[in-house]
Design a protein around this ligand. Structure first.
Ligand code: UDP
Ligand code: GLC
Ligand code: MN
Length: 355
């Protein structure tokens, strides 16, 4: 594992005039290490604003997030912090989780370094807020909802925490000595906060604060009874809402293989409703290559081009290989940049010569 204790950079937006009722020292925090998850962060941010949260909105990004996305994020979040990526590189345990890409979720640990806040609620970028959840700030570290796969453990998609450099160092120490049993942050956090299951029931958040959409069907009667109280939906799993296609003619999400229930589709529709109403117009305002092919909208068509008005001091690095592959698959090819003819020929030559 490679860790770095430096490199945090906070780009705090001055765009926001704070209402008197705004609480300055508490924040909702999320993470995006690439543009796909940045879309999630944008929708999450808008959903928090829609329920009139009085708390700050903070997002942590890594250098691989494009300038355009940074620009869009500054329009929604009060504070953008650039962090160094942390990766468990634990292929064996990630294989058990069947999510080889989640080593990077160790980057979440940087949230403990946001010590300008007294208390925070971390939320995965694949969560969507349906009702005000500011009451979460009455809870103590570490409060979280049970994981549906193993309810004696907590799910790390939504948790209340107290920023502290000491805790951050303790977590890194724990990572180096004990590692993470799932290769991601959830295994590590459950090891570090191992008394969550038994110490204090007040630290168990009700499921409606982290309702895993794809698992709702597994206890359908409970969903029928309590589903209308859900405050936060979590799109856990490999297929995220932004990977669906949206029909702009009908205003509906197109169903696809792997979708587990009608309920899940309803929540994915809710995610897209926020995206289309709040995020898409801003993307268009930045004059990107947002194409709508045959009335269908898919996020693969948004190119991470450099925006002329990108925030200062925020440098971008080449995008990660999964994002690149995803963009290729969506037909979004950077003909003038990385994917220019010369580079493609070079790649072909290398392959041919290796044979
Ligand atoms: N994440 C990220 N980039 C990645 C993978 C994950 O920024 O490539 C962040 C993002 O905030 C995401 C969280 O880590 O919501 C946890 O990953 P994910 O939600 O995919 O895990 P799941 O909830 O599906 O297990
Ligand atoms: C979980 C959580 C997610 C976490 C991942 C890796 O399923 O939902 O937040 O990042 O596992 O530990
Ligand atoms: Mn998640």
């Amino acid at each position: 594992m490679r860790y770095s204790l430096h490199g945090n950079l906070c780009l705090c937006s001055r765009r926001f005039k704070m209402a008197a009722s705004q609480v300055q020292d508490e924040a909702f925090v999320t993470l995006a290490t690439n543009d796909r998850y940045a879309y999630g962060a944008l929708v999450l941010g808008h959903s928090l604003r829609a329920v009139n949260t009085t708390r700050q909105l903070a997002v942590m990004i890594t250098p691989t997030v494009s300038s355009l996305m940074r620009q869009l994020l500054t329009e929604v979040f009060h504070c953008i912090t650039q962090v160094d990526p942390l990766d468990s590189n634990d292929e064996a345990n990630l294989a058990l989780l069947t999510r080889p890409e989640l080593g990077i979720t160790f980057s979440k640990l940087h949230c403990w370094r946001l010590t300008q806040y007294n208390k925070c609620v971390f939320m995965d970028a694949d969560t969507l807020v349906l009702r005000n959840i500011d009451d979460l700030f009455e809870r103590e570290e570490l409060s979280a909802a049970p994981d549906v796969g193993w309810p004696d453990l907590f799910n790390s998609g939504v948790f209340v925490f107290k920023p502290s450099e000491e805790t951050y160092r303790g977590l890194l120490q724990c990572a180096m000595t004990q590692g993470s049993f799932d290769g991601g942050d959830q295994g590590l956090l459950n090891t570090y906060f191992s008394d969550w299951g038994t110490k204090d029931i007040a630290r168990h958040l009700p499921f409606i604060y982290n309702m895993t959409a794809s698992r709702a069907y597994s206890y359908l009667p409970a969903f029928v009874k309590f589903g209308s109280d859900v405050k936060v939906v979590h799109f856990i799993g490999a297929v995220k809402p932004w990977e669906f296609t949206y029909d702009t003619n009908t205003g509906t999400v197109l169903t696809c293989e792997g979708i587990s229930s009608q309920h899940e589709l309803t929540f994915i529709q809710a995610w897209w409703d926020v995206f289309v109403a709040k995020v898409k117009p801003r993307v268009e305002a930045h004059q990107t290559q947002f194409s709508e092919k045959m009335g269908q909208l898919s996020l693969g068509s948004v190119s991470p081009i450099t925006s002329p008005s990108s925030p200062p001091a925020a440098t971008t690095s080449p995008i990660d290989s999964r994002t690149r592959q995803w963009q290729w698959e969506q037909g979004q090819i950077d003909y003038l940049g990385e994917d220019r003819f010369e580079n493609i020929m070079k790649k072909i030559d290398e392959k041919v010569n290796n044979k």
